[in-house]
Design a protein. Sequence first.
Length: 116
Amino acid sequence: MAETAAGTSATPKSATPKNENVQGRRKVVVGEVVANRMQKTIVVKVTRKKAHPFYGRVVARNKKFYAHDETNEAHVGDVVRIEETRPLSKLKRWKLKDIVRKTALVPEIVLEKEGK
């Protein structure tokens, strides 16, 4: 007890000073694009697998997030990484960080333009 009162603490010191304001990290999730019909917006389905608290069986939970896609580069079926951000609209709280895997399917819009 005397050592703690003298100034040496029992817990290890962190790398950042106590006075410095540190913002929390932004959440990053990976999911599949299920819709991109809106301008600069994609809908991403994120599947999270978690063991049931009592039964122990792994249960998949799906949630859809609206994400901002500035350049409209993500297409339906792409696996993307999205990052939490400030509120951009009523529903958008996420933005596209990068595309993890492109879909093998070519979007129908491109096929229609080539055919004309």
